[in-house]
Design a protein. Sequence first.
Length: 256
Amino acid sequence: MNVLIIEDEPLTAQNLELLLHEYDPQIRVLAQLPSVSKSVQWFKTPQPFQPDLIFLDIHLEDDLGFSLIKQLNLTIPIIFTTAYDQYALQAFKANSIDYLLKPIDIEELVAAIDKFKLVRQNPSATLVDATALNRLMKKLDPPTYRDRFMLSVGPRLRTIRTDEIAYFFFEDKATYVTPHSGIPVSVDYSLDRLGQLVDPDQFYRVNRSFLVSASAIKSVYAYTGSKLKVDLTPQPRQEVFVSVDRVTSFKEWMGK
């Protein structure tokens, strides 16, 4: 059996190779690779042997191991090595792919290889579901949100930290940011784009005109027509209501 180890911790990779040879001295380890980029290069270079099985670390030195599967459209059976929680394990077990939690245990290794031997009898079972892969990549590598924005105040440029922002609003064909200090300043982003740049746990788009920070919400009132009225600090020039179609999700957001 030909095996490829893709792991950015040298001691873990060496230990895994020792355990594999303890399991079966005939196993051939083709290479130990520490990153996605070097693994891509290895696969694109003619090799005398191709792996029957890959041991792939979830978090490599330059990217998530999952991105290697996407870049190369890999269908080779994979056993992941990971230090992550069980939620990731359960999701991928549905794709007949197994896991080894670090530090790797010989008994778990044997069980994983035995499972691989069963899976190999049905090659189609080794394919990774793309939807599940994308979902887990987002979980394991959460997006990075902006922690500051550049603003133009007359001829001057200044920055504002995201935690200083009370809310963004749209008025008279322009978008503004209102800091907790209370003086609105125009910002060169649409509310739609700002909604992608800030942490959704901290900011919520209550209606078409306002994207508000949880820290700016003073109180919320039930209003006529199933609406909710939101009092903000500092107080904006207009009353702010939660759109009827967003009331349920707004309550869920407030309850986080």
